[in-house]
Design a binder for this molecule. Structure first.
Ligand SMILES: NC(=O)c1ccc[n+]([C@@H]2O[C@H](COP(=O)([O-])OP(=O)(O)OC[C@H]3O[C@@H](n4cnc5c(N)ncnc54)[C@H](OP(=O)(O)O)[C@@H]3O)[C@@H](O)[C@H]2O)c1
Length: 244
């Protein structure tokens, strides 16, 4: 590792990408604070990760600002620092535009956008105090490369806002040595997708396969370590945005 990363906060890490990123950062020697809504699922994930004392859990809805604050308090109490935040918790569900109701929009905004916004607000004071840090958001290629097969205007209003805030927050926090980047993920094999059908989406990517969670973990490790990358939307998408 170019830089030693002591403590990493990962939202929505009881399964899928968040779980794999927790695995990856533990393997790199970091301690992790992981979150999710379901306390039992989270406890099982913590056990499966096998990091012992280097894993702490905080159960709660990430759309509630108190959850992010609790993650920061736990990180400081258990590990003494807040070095990296990964705003990973997110929900996704296709629905035709004319069927979208206000409650659908509110659900996407609360989890995807407010969760990212509030949790970032929670970590910044601690990062400022310790002289820097990194915030990594998880976005999607669908912002820059829509597909007729996915009627996803509703979730994209929240993910697009995350892409939009990335360079602006990077500018606002640059003097505090806090870097802000977003990974625009392609289709990745996680419980979000039907396992019997997800490989049929391989053709959306130039590399003609879907992504594996470790593809995203490796990008997160890079963005956490590299001290000269900020304000970037990094596609990790097998060439989905590049062409067809
Ligand atoms: N997989 C893909 O192809 C893909 C592509 C592009 C972007 N992404 C993004 O990558 C991120 C992770 O996706 P994934 O595929 O790993 O999804 P996933 O398998 O469904 O996992 C989502 C995780 O987030 C947690 N979560 C959901 N809502 C939450 C809330 N309100 N508060 C706290 N935790 C919450 C879930 O635990 P609980 O249910 O217990 O809360 C779970 O641990 C998401 O932001 C997603 O939009 C995924």
């Amino acid at each position: 590792m170019a830089t030693s990363i002591k403590t990493v906060l990962i939202t929505g890490a009881s399964q899928g990408l968040g779980f794999d990123m927790a695995r990856g950062f533990l393997a790199a020697g970091s301690s992790v604070v992981i979150s999710g809504r379901d306390p039992e699922k989270l406890a099982r994930a913590a056990q499966q990760l096998g990091g012992g004392d280097r894993v702490a859990v905080v159960a709660g809805d990430i759309g509630d600002a108190a959850t992010g604050r609790a993650m920061v308090a736990t990180a400081l109490a258990r590990f003494g620092s807040v070095d990296v935040l990964i705003n990973n918790a997110g929900i996704f569900q296709p629905k035709p535009f004319l069927d979208v109701e206000e409650k659908d929009l509110e659900r996407f905004w609360r989890t995807n956008l407010l969760g990212t916004f509030f949790t970032s607000q929670a970590v910044v004071p601690a990062m400022k105090q310790q002289g820097g840090g990194a915030i990594i958001n998880i976005g999607t290629v669908l912002i820059d490369h829509a597909a007729k097969a996915f009627p996803v205007t509703a979730p994209m209003t929240s993910k697009g806002a995350i892409h939009g805030l990335t360079p602006n927050l990077a500018a606002e926090l640059a003097d505090d040595n806090i870097r802000v980047n977003t990974i625009a993920a392609g289709i990745i094999r996680t419980p979000l997708h039907d396992p019997s059908q997800v490989d049929q989406l391989a053709g959306l990517h130039l590399l003609n396969r879907i992504g594996e969670p470790n593809d995203i973990t490796e990008a997160a490790l890079f963005l956490a370590q590299n001290n000269f990358v900020t304000g970037v939307i990094l596609p990790v998408d097998g060439g989905n945005v590049a062409g067809r």
